[in-house]
Design a protein. Structure first.
Length: 319
């Protein structure tokens, strides 16, 4: 049976314990264009477009290619950052699941509305509330997202139960339980349960064939002609790879659903072996949520703006 909402409410205590800084944030949306410094964390510091001071390459001539300098001395290649933002935000990957006709991912800019995103978390593990493999990565994401994206992840219990649907539903557990839960979710939504079961099997098949845990995210829009996200569902199979899956799938559930096959220095390239978000990943996500871009933009519409945002971060290469 699909687990009832009280489980999500019970897990709020674990969230509060693991993520006090993030949950102290107000649920109201930051003002357009506002940025905050990310809270300090144990993992790699996430840069935002506000943390990298705009630089004018003409002020200091150099023969080396211009670079993006981050606090702490790390440098990024602006061409790589630009390509990553375009890949994950506007990639048109071809999907052909067994029994389905081939189709392409939507190449519009998909985003949640800035502000609070209600979150429900479900698991079949009675000890899940103390599982750092999930809550550690999730805490880091919750701390950094307000500054990077203008989004604040908030426990569902902080919103009146029937004010509206959750923005993000996360299911963590054994594969059979994940399938049962998503079929139950379809039943609650009045959708075809048999079709939901077949879809789960089809989405799981590539992971099973490769011997990988099932980890995927699906997004739903507010309207058929809209690119504004209304609900994202994340399914994460319990495994030693759970932290990596939390990072990648929750970040993709925020809109940049595509992988990158052209950039090596990213969590979103499944062939490269990154297990935590890189500085390129954090900064690309920040760019895609910059208010100078508009939700629903096509790649052609957004590319000049992304180019300008990356150029504003770029300065002469260090000696």
């Amino acid at each position: 049976m699909f687990r009832p909402p009280p489980l999500a409410l019970a897990l709020t205590a674990a969230w509060l314990a693991f993520s006090p800084a993030a949950l102290a944030q107000p649920a109201d949306a930051p003002a357009e264009g506002a940025r905050q410094d990310p809270a300090p964390a144990e993992a790699t510091q996430a840069p935002s477009t506000a943390q990298v001071a705009p630089q004018d390459p003409s002020q200091a001539p150099s023969q080396a290619p211009p670079m993006i300098r981050l606090p702490g001395g790390e440098t990024l290649d602006p061409k790589v950052l630009r390509q990553l933002a375009l890949d994950i935000g506007f990639g048109r990957e071809m999907f052909q699941l067994p029994g389905d006709a081939p189709h392409w991912s939507d190449a519009r800019l998909r985003r949640f509305r800035r502000g609070g995103v209600p979150v429900e978390v479900y698991s079949d593990d009675p000890d899940f509330a103390s599982n750092p493999a999930f809550w550690g990565p999730f805490r880091l994401l919750a701390e950094k997202l307000p500054a990077l994206t203008g989004l604040t992840l908030i426990p569902r219990s902080r919103i009146k139960l029937w004010d509206g649907p959750p923005g993000l539903m996360i299911f963590v557990g054994e594969r059979a339980w994940l399938k049962e839960s998503l079929v139950g979710l379809a039943r609650l939504a009045g959708a075809d349960e048999a079709q939901a079961a077949r879809r789960f099997d089809r989405l799981s098949l590539p992971f099973v064939v490769r011997g990988r845990p099932v980890c995927f995210a699906e997004v739903r829009f507010r309207a058929e002609d809209s690119a504004e996200l209304a609900l994202s569902v994340v399914a994460l199979e319990t495994s030693p790879d759970l932290p990596e899956c939390v990072y990648e799938e929750v970040m993709q559930a925020l809109g940049p659903i595509n992988d990158s096959r052209t950039v090596a220095q990213t969590l979103f390239n499944d062939d490269r072996g990154e297990t935590i978000p890189t500085s390129y990943d954090w900064l690309a996500l920040s760019i895609l949520y910059d208010p100078r871009l508009k939700t629903g933009m096509t790649r052609d519409e957004a590319e000049p703006e992304i180019e300008a945002l990356v150029d504003a971060l770029t300065g002469p290469a260090p000696d």
